[in-house]
Design a protein around this ligand. Structure first.
Ligand SMILES: Cc1cc2nc3c(=O)[nH]c(=O)nc-3n(C[C@H](O)[C@H](O)[C@H](O)COP(=O)(O)OP(=O)(O)OC[C@H]3O[C@@H](n4cnc5c(N)ncnc54)[C@H](O)[C@@H]3O)c2cc1C
Length: 417
């Protein structure tokens, strides 16, 4: 059923009783052309683009829990393409362009809101570095503006512009096309659209091992039995190294918890995404009114979807230093997600050395914004057997050859231990 004003009207007349399920409750078939392990944003978007762009519809997405239960439903939804390095810039800008048409492409409102992202600068040198970044973004056709202190004050007057500010604001970099989206709508929208193309979305189906024929992977062992596959794609985010090891791949990935926070609802206050250039804190306001914010990783390896109170304190301190009025607001909830951190903070999307096995992981804490481009490029890689040109830099062997893609600063921090 296509969602439209007419379908809302017609279902209104029949007491809202005739809506179809957004996707079928599929049970596994004996074999598929492609199996995607992981029903997060990346797995679902890959399945959708396999069908939509390449006509490959005999596809299953196997999810050990429920759709939207992983990081795709736990993140703070910041979408941006303010990258500096070749390899990152083109990929993330392509992703923002896909976001701009995503609700129409999926026939599902993902509530993409291009409210702009402001990153504050707290010294003349930092502002200079931001100018360098903005110039490179513009040379790559990506929108960027440098704001002086007065312009920042006009846009975000609730930040600390007093003489006693812990780190005085010198200016900021603004990407006007950056923004946020509704995270679970993204999962549901891709799931529904993939299902509409015949993809089987199988929940409560944990992949526990791999089936081999000689050196080739030809299927997976699951909690619902053995399922054959022409190709297997891993898109399991924080569990990438766990599944990789089961397949015989030792990956340069560590799993860490990242927390997010939401306050009680307020009247409209924060119109942009605002990130603190002097410490780990960023904030936006949800449509329900809560201030959604986050900071740095909990600094230990974990697979728990919750964090510790020390980070709550650190993030709150940074929040109050930038935005003193937030000290009056009550914290409503906080939660955690498991991050797959690579040594250079860039992802890995490529065929693996194991025949039949393809990898999409290492998204660190920046993978939500990549969801459309990641699925698009991973689907291309699975369909053709060769990496899409936009992900050429995200090869696994870069850690052996030394061609790493370190992008700290406005991008996620590298996480070398
Ligand atoms: C608190 C927080 C804030 C964040 N903020 C941002 C942000 O503002 N912007 C941004 O771009 N990114 C952000 N991220 C990162 C982003 O959420 C992730 O990089 C991205 O969602 C990961 O891809 P995914 O959606 O496919 O992951 P997930 O949704 O985690 O999907 C992976 C799925 O694999 C499943 N799985 C695991 N093992 C198995 C198995 N053995 N068998 C079957 N299924 C399995 C899991 O259950 C899970 O559903 C944030 C993350 C967190 C936790």
């Amino acid at each position: 059923m296509r969602y439209s004003a007419f379908s809302i009207f017609r279902n209104g007349l029949s007491g809202q009783k005739n809506w179809q399920r957004a996707w079928r409750a599929a049970e596994p078939k004996p074999t598929y052309d492609v199996i995607i392990v992981g029903g997060g944003g990346h797995g679902l978007s890959t399945a959708f683009y396999l069908a939509e762009n390449h006509g490959i519809r005999n596809v299953a997405v196997l999810e050990k829990g429920y759709i939207g239960g992983g990081n795709v439903g736990r993140n703070t939804t910041v979408i941006r393409s303010n990258y500096l390095l070749d390899g990152n810039t083109q990929f993330y800008e392509f992703s923002v362009k896909l976001w701009e048409g995503l609700s129409q492409a999926l026939n599902f409102n993902v509530m993409f809101s291009q409210r702009g992202q402001i990153v504050t600068a707290h010294s003349a040198d930092q502002l200079d570095a931001f100018s360098h970044r903005a110039n490179i973004m513009r040379l790559n056709g990506i929108d960027a503006d440098i704001l002086d202190r007065d312009e920042v004050r006009r846009l975000v007057p609730y930040l600390d512009f007093s003489d006693t500010a812990r780190f005085p604001i010198h200016g900021a970099i603004l990407q006007g096309r950056a923004g946020t989206a509704r995270h679970d709508a993204v999962a549901w929208g891709y799931a529904r659209a993939a299902d509409g193309h015949g993809v089987d979305i199988i929940q409560n189906c944990e992949v526990t091992g791999f089936v081999r024929d000689g050196d080739r992977i030809v299927g997976v062992e699951t909690s619902k039995g053995r399922i054959g596959a022409g190709k297997v794609g891993l898109a399991v985010a924080g569990h990438t190294s766990v599944l990789g090891r089961k397949a015989g791949l030792e990956l340069p990935i560590e799993s860490h918890v990242l927390q997010a926070f939401v306050t009680e609802p307020l009247k409209p206050l924060v119109d942009h995404v605002v990130a603190y250039g002097a410490d780990h804190f960023y904030v936006s306001q949800s449509d329900k009114g809560g201030l959604v914010f986050g900071g740095n990783l909990d600094g230990y390896n974990s697979y728990a979807q919750r964090g510790n109170l020390g980070v709550v304190r650190e993030v709150s301190e940074a929040a109050i230093a930038l935005m003193p009025c937030i000290s009056r607001v009550r914290l409503l909830r906080h939660w955690g997600g498991v991050m797959d951190m690579t040594p250079d903070a860039s992802p890995i999307i490529c065929p693996t050395p194991i025949d039949g096995l393809y990898l999409n992981g290492g998204w660190c804490y920046g993978g939500f914004k990549a969801t459309p481009a990641s699925g698009w490029c991973f689907a291309h890689t699975l369909a053709t057997g060769t990496p899409h040109p936009l992900i050429a830099a995200y090869r696994l062997d870069r850690f052996r050859t030394g061609r790493t893609l370190d992008e700290a600063g406005v991008g996620p921090s590298a996480w070398l231990q």
